[in-house]
Design a protein around this ligand. Structure first.
Ligand SMILES: [Mg+2]
Length: 234
């Protein structure tokens, strides 16, 4: 159970939590694979490694792209395609395609208005996270943005959450980690913050893939704006 009176800061996962996973990444991953694979056989193998369906153009629910850090994904693709070209194509799409999750803008504005600091804790790289938050007009909402490459390690380790708390000057016991993946909740438990699972549905009706993670959550919500009532009025 979430003890609201203890919460002084809110940490957010990015993909599938603050931003709509499928609207942001499906087309981008397809473009990046096609731009970087040397031939059709490599394209098929790289798509399989990412659980990306070349026919439907969707990232599958079991894809490592959903929650693994970028260095883990790079290791999977390294022998199959031109990693530099893959990264450049993804980066080009990151600002263009980024789409907010339902309720995220409202919650972030409310937290900001109430003086509750917020941070991003993502397994994407910090620069991409900054570009996407700026593109959404959310740059001023975050007191810290931590990526897998910010020097604190990656989720599911506790490092990036503990690191974000230290950047905010908040004890972990006074923070809550909000995420859509098991990695977020495992990391949150290990960092001794409170945990919230958000089961966001993508605007195209696809559920955000999350596995069976509710057992690790102090609270489960279906949209981020539900937290406005709970954190600010609870
Ligand atoms: Mg996520």
């Amino acid at each position: 159970m979430l003890v609201v009176d203890d919460i002084e800061a809110v940490l957010f996962d990015k993909d599938g939590t603050l931003i709509d996973f499928h609207r942001t990444w499906d087309a981008a991953v397809g473009r990046a694979l096609k731009a970087s694979a040397p031939d059709d056989a490599s394209l098929a193998r790289a798509a399989e490694a990412l659980a990306f369906d070349l026919t439907t153009g969707r990232v599958g629910p079991e894809s490592p792209f959903i929650a693994e850090s970028n260095d883990v994904i790079a290791a999977l693709l390294d022998s199959l395609l031109d990693l530099g070209a893959f990264d450049r194509a993804l980066s080009a799409s990151a600002r263009e395609d980024v789409a907010p999750a339902t309720g995220a803008a409202s919650l972030l504005a409310s937290l900001s208005g109430a003086g509750v600091p917020a941070a991003v804790v993502t397994n994407d790289d910090e620069a991409t996270a900054r570009v996407q938050m700026e593109a959404l007009g959310w740059g001023d909402f975050f007191a810290a943005i931590v990526g897998f490459d910010s020097g604190f390690g990656a989720k599911p380790g506790p490092g990036p959450i503990v690191g974000a708390c230290s950047l905010l000057g908040i004890e972990p016991a006074r923070a809550v980690m909000v995420g859509d993946s098991r990695h977020d909740l495992v990391a949150g438990r290990a960092a001794e913050v409170s945990t919230v699972l958000v089961t966001n549905e993508s605007a195209n009706g696809l559920p955000t893939p999350r596995g069976d993670s509710a057992d690790l959550a102090d609270l489960v919500i279906s949209r981020l704006d539900e937290l406005e009532q709970i954190l600010l009025l609870g």
